[in-house]
Design a protein around this ligand. Structure first.
Ligand code: PMV
Length: 308
């Protein structure tokens, strides 16, 4: 028996989303965290959580993980008014840690679902979403809620903090490459850096957020009409604004430039930034070439995904 939750990418609007502007995010179903439920070994009792290497080689601190796991267990049991199940839950993950792909929210979602399954109970997605949002606060400080929402509902969403989610419609498939800089990055740190920028120059920073928000609105419109080329240009424009918010890095900029030079419609960092992953919107017939170019430019891993 096992449960799972996907990874995610942010197509447009990260950071500004924390300040109430819209953003668009998509699940990456091929990257997942799994929580397998097994009987306890002889002589062991209570709830045991096992973290094999994929999650154990954490770049975020062990303390943060322990805290978030403990809190996930406590909050799930509280919602169910239940006591802990007598099982071992083994967590494995193919979502790289601390790289803007939502691993923290996926671990919490998969673990909470596994506890429910072990108790033969269930929690509806709205309640799980609130629960995982609380866990996200440990990783992010002041999360917008976009990560937990896209991961739990597992659908591409147009998201505005505090508002009901809307499905993001595409008029033609979006082919996306996700390239990993291999550099771990803390979302908490980048969210803090943007906050510092905002506090030191509120007017200018607010203007950048506003332009990002406008890009998101245009992207939503262009995607619905299958205007992929123009959508790509918006992606690159969004990246430039994220650079102005100081959350890009040399490796992210290099991968973005490489993708565009190799024929991508556009590219940007995805997630908190200063490391982690970038995404490129690519023509289907250029997928292999751009994939190879990103690896040659230093990406440690490149994954293809599509949004239909
Ligand atoms: O978890 P990450 O690195 O994908 O970042 C989430 C997106 C941010 O906008 C940077 C933070 C947030 O809470 O929305």
């Amino acid at each position: 028996m096992q449960t799972s939750a996907p990874g995610k990418i942010i197509l447009f609007g990260e950071h500004a989303v924390v300040y109430g502007f819209p953003a668009i995010a998509a699940p990456v179903s091929s990257l997942r965290t799994y929580a397998a439920i097994r009987p306890n070994p002889p002589g062991q009792s209570g709830l045991r959580i096992v973290l094999p290497t994929a999650v154990d080689t954490l770049v975020i601190t062990r303390e943060a993980l322990d805290e978030s796991l403990a809190l996930t267990v406590d909050k799930t049991l509280k919602v169910l008014s239940a006591s802990e199940p007598d099982v071992t839950i083994e967590i494995t993950s193919t979502i790289p840690i601390a790289s803007g792909l939502g691993s923290g929210a996926a671990v919490a979602a998969a673990l909470s679902r596994a506890i429910c399954m072990a108790l033969d109970r269930s929690i509806d997605n709205d309640t799980l979403n609130e629960l995982v949002y609380e866990i996200e606060r440990i990783h992010h400080g002041q999360p917008s809620g976009i990560d937990n929402t896209v991961i739990i509902y597992e659908q591409t969403i147009y998201f505005v903090r505090g508002q009901p989610i809307e499905r993001f419609q595409v008029g033609a498939p979006l082919h996306i490459l996700i390239a990993d800089t291999g550099q771990a990055a803390s979302t908490k740190v980048t969210v803090r850096a943007v906050r510092d920028l905002y506090e030191s120059d509120p007017q200018h920073t607010q203007q950048i957020f506003q332009i990002i928000g406008d890009i998101v609105e245009q992207a939503r419109y262009l995607a619905a009409f299958g205007e992929i080329e123009r959508l790509g240009a918006l992606m690159t424009a969004n990246h430039d604004l994220l650079r102005q918010l100081t959350v890009s890095s040399d490796s992210l900029d290099r991968l973005v430039e490489t993708a565009i030079r190799a024929g991508a419609y556009g590219a940007k960092l995805s997630g908190g930034g200063r490391g982690g992953n970038m995404i490129a919107l690519v023509p289907a017939d250029r997928l292999d070439d751009i994939h190879a170019a990103l690896l040659k430019a230093g990406a440690v891993r490149v994954i293809a995904t599509s949004i239909q």
